[in-house]
Design a protein around this ligand. Structure first.
Ligand SMILES: [Zn+2]
Ligand SMILES: [Zn+2]
Length: 156
């Protein structure tokens, strides 16, 4: 059986993130907390520059000097994942089990990515079809990733 599609954690994202930090014996500092806040408020994976802009819009100071280092730690404790687009610029988002299962609309022209959610009924039939296909190859399906590639509203 493939994994169920977890809904987005209701409310307590920071509580869950803090638990992962404790498990990995790392400190959930205010800078790391700010990164999680910025990412959890976003409807898309964010580039470094977008994270910096969004934090300053919220009148918070995200230190660029330590941002990469903090993202490495956030990746290591299983909170953040790196997403690659058509433009080779790294973008970051919270892990699926925190953010909730979703897919991406990827623009092949400008590289922008937007989150998109597929109705549960379609996810279920997608999962059972993919499970069967995987089984034919002796492969046990745990999860799936599916990107929708095309042009965003600004690029069409
Ligand atoms: Zn675009
Ligand atoms: Zn899916």
């Amino acid at each position: 059986m493939a994994k169920k599609h977890p809904n987005k954690l209701s409310g307590d994202v920071h509580g869950e993130v803090a638990r992962r930090f404790i498990k990995h014996d790392q400190r959930y500092t205010s800078q790391r907390r700010l990164i999680v806040t910025v990412l959890s408020a976003s409807d898309r994976p964010l580039m470094i520059q977008q994270m910096l802009k969004r934090s300053s819009d919220a009148k918070k100071v995200l230190a660029q000097s330590s941002l990469y280092r903090n993202l490495v730690v956030l990746e290591a404790v299983g909170v953040v994942q790196r997403i690659f687009s058509t433009d080779d610029v790294a973008r970051y988002e919270l892990n699926d089990d925190i953010l909730g299962h979703h897919h991406h609309l990827v623009c092949s022209k400008c590289g922008d990515i937007r989150d998109v959610r597929i109705p549960d009924s379609i996810e279920s039939s997608l999962d059972s079809t993919l499970t069967k296909i995987a089984k034919h190859s002796g492969f046990q399906l745990d999860q799936h990733r599916l990107d929708l590639i095309g042009r965003c509203s600004r690029c069409v």
